[in-house]
Design a protein around this ligand. Structure first.
Ligand code: SF4
Ligand code: SF4
Length: 302
C-alpha cells in the first residue's frame, strides 16, 4: 500500500529543527488546539484555501471562475465561503495578484524520500538529516513510521517534533526509528493543559518518560506565552523536569510571536490572542535567567 499524507510545507536547509542542516517535513493534522499555535494552517487534516487580503485588489476574477460561489463581494468586501471550496485551483490560476493559494498537497512516502534524498550532501557535511513536524506528525502514525523507517534504511539522521499526544503503544513503537526527539512541554497542570491546548497532559508526560528511559536524545521545547504559562509554577516545573531527566539534550524557550494571527485570518479562523504582542528578546532572556537561578542550566533561547 502506498501511504499518503497531506504535507503543508517542506523546509530545506532548516537550521532550527535539530542538529545540522535539515529538511523539515510538515504534515497537516493535529489533535491539539493550542491557543497560541503559530501554524494554525496545520491543525486540520484536509487541504485549505488561504486568502491574503493585503494582496487582494477586489478585481473579482476569482468569483468569475469559481463554480462553487466561494467568492462574493458585499459593499466592497471580499467574502469567502471556505467550506464550499473543492480545491479545483481555478481561482488561484485566475488571480493575478497572488492573493490565493491552497495549503497542503497529498504526497506519498516515496515522493517525500526523493525530496529528502536530494539534500544528502548537506546532511553529510553538517551532521543534519530529516525532521518530521506538523501539526502532530505522530497522529498519522503509519505514514510517519514508514517515512522514518525509510530514512533510517538510507542512513539519514531522524528527528520528530511532537506534542507527545499519541498513544503510548504507537509512541514506543516509533522510538526505535528516532535519533532525536523535539518534545514540546507546553503547560503545567492537568486542567490548565486541557484548558489551553484542548487535551490532557497525562499521556504526554508518560510518553516523555518513555522516551527518556529509552535513551533517545531529547530537546525539550517550551513555548512561553505571557498570561498563560509565564508563571513561576511553570518555570519551576521546567526546572524540575531538568532535574528528573538529567540527560536531556537541551531545553529551548520559545517566546510567543504573532506570526499565527495573519495565518488564522487567511484561512477564515478568528484570531485567538490578538491582544498579545511578540515577546521581545530581553523578556525571553529574563525567563532564561530565572530558569538558571532555579538550577536549570540547559535553558536557552529556542
Ligand atoms: S482574483 Fe485575486 S485579487 Fe482579484 S478579487 Fe480574487 S483574490 Fe482578490
Ligand atoms: S479552489 Fe476552486 S472551488 Fe475553491 S474557491 Fe477556488 S475556484 Fe472555487
Amino acid at each position: 500500500m502506498r501511504k499518503k499524507a497531506i504535507v503543508f510545507d517542506i523546509q530545506r536547509a532548516s537550521l532550527h529543527d535539530g542538529p545540522g542542516i535539515r529538511t523539515t517535513i510538515f504534515l497537516k493534522g493535529c489533535p491539539l488546539d493550542c491557543l497560541w499555535c503559530h501554524n494554525p494552517e496545520s491543525l486540520g487534516k484536509k487541504r485549505q484555501l488561504s486568502f491574503n487580503i493585503e494582496k487582494c485588489t477586489n478585481c473579482g476574477d476569482c468569483a468569475k471562475v469559481c463554480e462553487n460561489e466561494v467568492h462574493s463581494f458585499i459593499n466592497g468586501k471580499h467574502l469567502i465561503n471556505y467550506n464550499a471550496c473543492d480545491f479545483s485551483g481555478k481561482c488561484i490560476d485566475a488571480c493575478n495578484f497572488n492573493a490565493l493559494k491552497i495549503i497542503g498537497s497529498e504526497m506519498s512516502v516515496d515522493e517525500l524520500m526523493l525530496e529528502i534524498m536530494s539534500d544528502l550532501d548537506y546532511y553529510a557535511t553538517s551532521g543534519g538529516g530529516m525532521t518530521l513536524s506538523g501539526g502532530e506528525p505522530l497522529s498519522q502514525f503509519s505514514f510517519s513510521m514508514e517515512l522514518l523507517k525509510q530514512c533510517k534504511e538510507m542512513g539519514i539522521h531522524t528527528c520528530v517534533e511532537t506534542s507527545g499526544f499519541v498513544s503510548i503503544k504507537h509512541f514506543k513503537e516509533i522510538l526505535g526509528y528516532l535519533d532525536m526527539l523535539l518534545f514540546d512541554y507546553k503547560v503545567t497542570g492537568a486542567s490548565a493543559h486541557k484548558k489551553f491546548t484542548g487535551v490532557s497532559n497525562e499521556t504526554i508526560l508518560k510518553n516523555l518518560d518513555a522516551a527518556y528511559l529509552y535513551g533517545v536524545p531529547i530537546i525539550l521545547r517550551c513555548p512561553v506565552i505571557p498570561g498563560i504559562n509565564d508563571s513561576e509554577i511553570h518555570f519551576n516545573a521546567i526546572a524540575a523536569l531538568d532535574k528528573k531527566y538529567p540527560n536531556l539534550h537541551s531545553i529551548e524557550i520559545l517566546p510567543y510571536h504573532t506570526m499565527g494571527n495573519s495565518k488564522r485570518i487567511s484561512i477564515g479562523v478568528e484570531e485567538t490572542l490578538e491582544h498579545l504582542k511578540t515577546v521581545p528578546p530581553e523578556i525571553t532572556a529574563n525567563w532564561i535567567e530565572l530558569l538558571r537561578s532555579m538550577g536549570c542550566n540547559k535553558a536557552k533561547m529556542g
